[in-house]
Design a protein around this ligand. Structure first.
Ligand code: UDX
Length: 447
């Protein structure tokens, strides 16, 4: 799935499986193409799927995903058929597909190939997606503005406003697609989650109860394999200049701000964020991705002289080496959109979060961060500069912030333990490898 938040965990999973002795072949689109030289230990096949500028605009993520599913079907099938009929190729053990690439189900069936899904988001948001038929029946969906603060009684701890919905031109199609989740997952041989038992045990238990499909929580994937900058999977080039700047900052003093790879914000919010950061008097590192602000190429809406007036206290970059930034001792808080990768990365480095979810699963993740694990604060009362300043102060300088830091450090330790020998993800990964081999044995008998 050619989106940053999906590419990263998929390549991390590929690294983990390669480490376990599997050969890895990656089929990817020409659109947002991968660079094979960053992963010389994998074989890459690019399929001719290009998108126009308008099609590639991810403002309507649902339409974008549906379009990709249509466009990829034929070239992907052809590519896979070529690989399977090539006598020089090693036998294919299984196809691992992003859950959002639903078309791969038919392709795998055609080739009698075991197909396993990777879910790149949290188990808890998955539970919410799986409940869509119920949420529609009970009238929680479509969401009504007047009910945003209501608790969803059938789905604690969510409120109506936390439900993972997307703004799309055809909401009905969206509900139908999500409502088909159970069937789609049960047509697969298994589903991998980038999470761990100590973090999402309850949601994983719910999924085990509701689905007949084997599930494998083997995360945090990015920690299962030693980080290596040369195997980067970034679609935008990382601005490394922020690291020497972080080296000059006091421990835990910097606010790192990033809203991921898809979310966009309007100019008013962009300016409130800018003033909130400026007025906080804390050093900050802010990722403003080109296209983040509606109608702007980059940071043109900032008043002239804004950056100069900061006197080096604020850095703005187009894309950061996020994992290294979060691991840097100067970073004290992560103001995030709560994409699942960012949320996990923050937990793994013990960095408290300020949550500003923007779309889909991010709202559900933010609810867990702020109200279940209590490792972050949510900007709840409208995002204006005063509220931003208050929240920064609370998390960086008040007792509540200290307690949040203690809790996230404990979670960080649990994340470290689960991937070590005997840990829950370690064992789940072992089980997963055995499972692939058993599926392959069944498959070979069938062919
Ligand atoms: C969206 C969803 O919200 C997320 O939950 C889903 O799993 C994937 O798609 P996205 O906006 O891509 O997420 O955010 P996130 O999941 O946080 O992934 C962004 C990735 O880009 C992270 O791995 C992060 O480390 C990386 N990143 C981000 C950088 O390397 N540099 C940056 O400057 C910003």
């Amino acid at each position: 799935m050619p989106l940053q938040g999906h590419i990263n965990p998929m390549l991390e999973l590929a690294n983990v499986l390669h480490h376990k002795g599997f050969s890895i072949t990656i089929i990817h689109t020409q659109f947002n193409s991968l660079n094979p030289t960053t992963h010389p230990h994998f074989t890459f096949h690019s399929i001719p799927v290009e998108l126009s500028r308008t099609e590639a605009s991810t403002n309507d993520v649902m339409a974008f995903i549906l379009l990709l599913n249509v466009k990829c079907f034929e070239p992907f099938s052809e590519c896979l058929a070529r690989l399977l009929s090539d006598d020089d190729q090693e036998p294919v053990a299984c196809l691992i597909s992003d859950l959002l690439f639903s078309f791969t189900q038919h392709v795998a069936e055609n080739h009698k190939l075991a197909r396993i899904l990777l879910r790149t988001s949290a188990a808890s948001s998955f539970v919410a997606y799986a409940a869509f038929p119920l949420l529609l029946e009970k009238g929680y969906l479509p969401i009504q503005e007047s009910r945003l603060e209501e608790p969803v009684l059938e789905l604690p701890p969510f409120k109506v406003k936390d439900l993972p919905v997307l703004k799309t031109k055809d909401p009905q199609k969206y509900y139908e697609a999500v409502s088909g989740l159970k069937k789609a997952v049960e047509a697969s041989c298994g589903i991998i989650f980038n999470t761990f038992e100590d973090l999402e045990g309850n949601s994983l238990a719910t999924i085990r109860q509701e689905f007949n499909t084997p599930i494998f929580p083997i995360g945090p994937l990015h920690k299962c394999f030693p980080a290596n900058t040369s195997s980067s999977s970034n679609l935008l080039s990382q601005d490394q200049s922020c690291i020497p700047w972080l080296n000059t900052q006091a421990p835990q003093s910097v606010i790192y701000v990033s809203f991921g790879s898809i979310a966009t914000i309007n100019e008013t919010l962009f300016l409130e964020i800018a003033w909130g950061l400026a007025n906080s008097n804390q050093p900050f590192l802010w990722v403003v991705r080109p296209g983040l602000v509606h109608g702007s190429e980059w940071i043109e809406p900032l008043p002239s002289g804004f950056i100069k007036a900061l006197n080096g206290r604020g850095q703005i970059v187009k894309w950061a080496p996020q994992k290294n930034v979060l691991a840097h001792q100067a970073v004290g808080v992560f103001w995030t959109h709560n994409g699942w990768n960012s949320t996990l990365e923050s937990i793994c480095e013990g960095v408290p979060m300020i949550c500003m979810p923007c779309l889909s699963d991010q709202m559900a993740n933010a609810r867990y961060v702020s109200h279940v694990w209590k490792v972050g604060l949510q900007l709840e009362h409208g995002v204006d500069r005063k509220e931003i300043e208050r929240t920064i102060r609370k998390i960086m300088a008040e007792k509540e912030g200290e307690e949040i830091r203690d809790r996230i450090l404990m979670l960080m330790e649990k994340a470290k333990i689960c991937i070590k020998q005997g840990g829950s993800s370690y064992q789940s990964l072992d089980g997963f490898v055995k499972y692939i081999l058993s599926q392959f044995a069944i498959q070979s008998q069938r062919q």
